[in-house]
Design a binder for this molecule. Structure first.
Ligand code: FES
Length: 575
């Protein structure tokens, strides 16, 4: 034990008398039944995100037990504590609005309570990034454990998974191909077990990126939620956290620009969710590290999509696990990775790849020279419609639409879209471009996953499966289509998106990474002079909504709050 307070003596409550503070703390915690021997041990905090509203975290209690077992086997004292938990479908107006609140809660609880290290149980989309943001700022040794993906379901012989197949079946229902009875039947089978969405959506993407980043014990990204291996993984994390409490490494020693580069490399190679970019931008921003979008785009051009998982491919996360898990991807990417990056194990990423079991024949992770898609999933666009950038997930888009000029069909916001998209009189054709405004960080608010604009019903029933859609919103990682997202600056902040009018021509040129509104500068200036911001959101004069609107940044800063991010220190990623 060094000079710094450890275990129960850390971070004493201020009563003006340190001896009394410790005496009182011990007196109160004795009511939990701990012995003096237990209270002398290193303490591993366990951030427990169980919630009756969060089915993705249904197994959190058994993970807590497994982590505790690991801690105690190594002579530590595990103490669990609750934090905010969020499920995508139970977070009004959108979970992204609450991610920063969860990050603040987690950071402050790690800081406020005595613990030498922490194991954080995440899983559903925003929970893992919130916890990584917290760990980056608190800088206490931390290990991420995810709840793990669901197993797949089946409907009349068709394999199903949340929620790529939710969208596929809902699209069939909208097109009149299946009736109300059948869509209800499907609804009972899309999420058949505990766990996170089992396609390469945001939860799976963040799990894979976190393992590549070095903040998770090796092999943890793809183990199904209901597998016994998931509990053994949790136990190992608990055991490791005891040693980390004494000697690190700390999150700031692990999360370097090189480590983020590894995470972005994996994001591209797995055809991961576009949300992975925003979330890791926020995590890096907590450490003063900026994401260089042009470097990311270059990385994308030399990184093929290797993982054949929905929505870009055909398999599910349980298949990736059977194929060997994320290390099967890391092995293919080995020449492109920074192998000397430190991980939570105290060994480097390269050492962990070498220590993994040897590969075997499988068809989920393609070899580097026979990829699923020749370039990384995400392309970064610039142009007069997106001066600070926009993105398109090429691997989930229609190739013939990646160089296309079309007429804008504009919706002012999500409500306008909902009201008019299925209007039989809507003037829209399959070659047109659907544009939605006011769905960015400030506009919606919360930058919801509403970028997956539905195909207008009259086109869907005529057989149109895809068309170009664009907005300042995000999109669920489980979605697919020719969809431009994160247009920055956003419409509500006066970005050029706010100036698009019905009938304008828009040119999307993905090969040249351009997104342009074909309207001359004089007309743009005239429109800008006439533009007024949208009216304030109801309730925006108080509470968290006020805090959020006053401080939220744009997509390029990860949609973090300005007062939580660290001023850039000149370090950039990917490197
Ligand atoms: Fe939780 Fe998809 S809803 S991971």
């Amino acid at each position: 034990m060094g000079d710094k307070p450890r275990g129960i003596s850390r971070g004493l409550t201020s009563y003006g008398d340190a001896g009394f503070s410790l005496y009182l703390r011990k007196a109160f915690i004795k009511a939990m039944g701990y012995s003096d021997d237990a209270l002398d041990r290193p303490i591993v905090g366990i951030a427990n995100t169980f919630s009756g509203y969060n089915a993705c975290h249904r197994t959190a209690p058994e993970l807590v037990e497994a982590i505790k077992r690991g801690v105690m086997l190594q002579g530590g004292l595990p103490i669990e504590f609750p934090t905010i938990s969020m499920h995508e479908s139970f977070s009004f107006p959108t979970s992204m609005f609450l991610r920063n609140l969860m990050a603040m809660d987690t950071e402050e609880m790690i800081r406020a309570q005595p613990m030498d290290s922490v194991v954080m149980i995440g899983g559903c989309d925003k929970t893992v990034p919130a916890q990584l943001m917290a760990a980056a700022s608190a800088n206490l040794p931390a290990v991420s454990v995810v709840t793990g993906p669901m197993m797949t379901g089946s409907h009349r012989g068709d394999r199903l998974g949340a929620c790529t197949d939710c969208r596929r079946y809902w699209g069939m229902h909208r097109a009149g191909e299946i009736d109300a009875v059948e869509i209800d039947e499907v609804g009972g089978k899309l999420a058949p077990t505990a766990g996170t969405c089992m396609v390469m959506g945001t939860a799976s993407t963040m799990a894979c990126m976190t393992e590549a980043l070095g903040m998770m014990m090796p092999g943890g990204a793809a183990i199904p939620a209901v597998a016994a291996d998931r509990l053994r993984h949790a136990e190992a994390a608990g055991a490791r956290a005891v040693a980390m409490g004494k000697g690190g490494p700390t999150p700031q020693q692990i999360m370097t620009p090189e480590a983020f580069a590894n995470a972005f490399r994996v994001l591209l190679a797995i055809g991961g969710s576009t949300n992975g970019l925003i979330h890791m931008t926020a995590v890096a921003g907590r450490l003063g590290i900026q994401v260089d979008l042009e470097a990311l785009d270059r990385m994308g051009q030399e990184t093929p999509v290797l993982v054949d998982l929905k929505p870009s491919g055909q398999h599910y996360m349980e298949d990736l696990q059977k194929a060997g898990g994320l290390v099967t991807v890391l092995r293919e990417l080995r020449p492109l990775l920074h192998l000397d990056c430190m991980t939570v194990t105290g060994r480097t990423l390269g050492e962990e790849i070498d220590a993994a079991p040897p590969p075997w024949d499988q068809d989920v992770v393609r070899p580097f020279d026979n990829p699923l898609y020749p370039q990384g999933g995400i392309a970064v666009l610039r142009g007069n419609l997106a001066p600070d950038g926009a993105i398109v997930k090429q691997s989930a888009a229609s190739e013939h639409l990646m160089d296309h000029t079309g007429k804008a069909v504009v919706f002012e916001d999500q409500e306008d879209l909902a009201n008019r998209i299925d209007d039989p009189d809507l003037d829209v054709g399959p070659e047109d471009i659907l544009v939605m405004k006011n769905a960015g960080p400030k506009g919606a608010p919360g930058m919801p996953e509403s970028g997956y604009l539905p195909i207008p019903k009259k086109l869907a029933t005529a057989g149109v499966k895809d068309m170009i859609r664009m907005s300042d919103a995000r999109m669920s990682g489980t979605a697919f289509g020719s969809i431009v997202l994160h247009i920055t600056p956003e419409s509500a902040a006066g970005g050029p998106l706010a100036l698009v009018q019905n009938g304008d021509q828009i040119k999307l040129d993905v090969p040249n990474r351009r997104l342009d509104l074909l309207v001359d500068d004089a007309e743009m200036e005239r429109r800008r002079a006439a533009w007024t911001p949208p009216p304030p959101h109801e309730g925006s004069d108080r509470g968290y909504l006020k805090l959020y609107l006053d401080h939220v940044q744009q997509a390029g800063e990860g949609v973090d709050f300005d007062f939580l991010a660290k001023p850039p220190d000149g370090r950039k990623t990917p490197v």
